[in-house]
Write a protein that binds this ligand. Structure first.
Ligand SMILES: [Zn+2]
Ligand SMILES: [Zn+2]
Length: 352
């Protein structure tokens, strides 16, 4: 088994060759057909999240054990099945839901494994898909994608389920009012496409990069606003006729969170999903006086994933641009992503 791993935080991923494992118990072994490269892989390889003010959240202190094989957006073909793994057979093509918990605590029993206090996320705490094989602990994490091309389906595992869950948090105004989506990278284009598929009223994209704004308009955004403009908040307030009911911040920087809060109407909600990093200082009286809300959300549940796959089967795959590259190019791809050169998603094809 050839895998690309973080061995030292801040260094390029290193190739490791190990014997291919055999599934035991409920485990399922898949050959990796497609592994999406996600922006959070940059943070994971750096080993920390930026908390702002010079503070850092160490992922290693949070339980990530090195070396770790990254890659949490995976589609694979089942090649071997443990004796207790039911409902899955050799040759099946499956999307892997990577947001795994302990499976036993109250949070997991409620179906919110992504919020478990003992996370086992694939590609973070368990070996991920930057490898020719990936081991999945239980068949409940495997989703039938029908005849979707693996490289188009793979981004549903993170970028898809994360934006789908964030859009669900918008609530009833989703179908009656514009949603402001900050960030038009891979996550943003996915969000715009799913917003439309969910019957969303209209999407206003915000990005500082003209190329990404163009991509957002092409993906169906009603309008694309330059987030770096000094009057960006005023432009959003004007475009939403008084302020946004919902802003989804897919960047999560000091500047974008500030812009998001400044763009809300009374009763509006800022949903922070991006992990870019930073901090903001906010005045408290506007929270009650303007009845605004600030909410964070992390990935999605198994149920969200099931709903998303159903939605995509019904309405078609989100038309997010996808480029495929061989597994051995992973460090170059991460470099491009860090430099902001990627439009849409790059997906590695380890079995190709
Ligand atoms: Zn991700
Ligand atoms: Zn749990």
């Amino acid at each position: 088994m050839r895998s690309f791993q973080v061995c030292t935080c801040g260094q390029p991923l290193q190739l490791s060759t190990q014997p291919t494992p055999k599934p035991t118990g409920t485990e399922v072994l898949l050959k990796v057909l497609a592994a999406g490269v996600c922006h959070s892989d940059l943070h994971l390889s750096d080993g920390y999240f930026d908390l702002g003010g010079g503070k850092r959240l160490s992922i290693v202190e949070r339980g990530m054990k090195l070396p770790v094989t990254l890659g949490h957006e995976n589609v694979g073909e089942v090649v071997s099945v443990g004796p207790w793994a039911k409902g899955v057979a050799v040759g099946d093509r499956r999307l892997v839901h990577p947001w795994m918990g302990c499976g036993e605590c109250g949070v997991c029993q409620r179906g919110e494994e992504q919020l478990c206090l003992k996370p086992r996320s694939l590609g973070v705490f368990l070996p991920g898909g930057y490898s020719d094989h990936v081991m999945v602990p239980h068949p409940r994490y495997l989703f039938d994608i029908g005849d979707m091309p693996p490289e188009r389906a793979a981004p549903l595992a993170c970028s898809g389920v994360t934006t789908y869950s964030a859009l669900k948090k918008v609530g009833p105004t989703l179908t009656t009012d514009p949603v402001v989506i900050i960030g038009a990278g891979g996550l943003g284009l996915m969000c715009i496409a799913l917003h439309k598929a969910m019957g969303g009223h209209s999407a206003i994209a915000v990005d500082i990069d003209p190329g990404k704004r163009q991509a957002a308009l092409k993906a169906g955004a009603m309008m694309a606003i330059d987030g770096a403009a000094t009057d960006a908040a005023a432009q959003i307030v004007a475009a939403t006729k008084g302020g946004a009911w919902a802003v989804i911040d897919l960047v999560g920087s000091s500047a974008t969170a500030r812009l998001g809060l400044d763009s809300l109407i009374k009763g509006g909600k800022l949903i922070v999903v991006g992990l870019y990093g930073g901090d903001i200082t906010v005045s408290l009286p506007p929270f009650p006086m303007r009845a605004i809300a600030l909410q964070g959300y992390y990935t999605g549940s198994l149920n969200d994933m099931a709903e998303l796959i159903e939605l995509v089967k019904r309405t078609g795959l989100p038309p997010v641009p996808v480029a495929t590259r061989p597994l051995d190019d992973v460090n170059a791809v991460l470099g491009d992503l860090r430099a902001g050169k990627v439009i849409g998603r790059v997906v590695l094809t380890p079995a190709g």
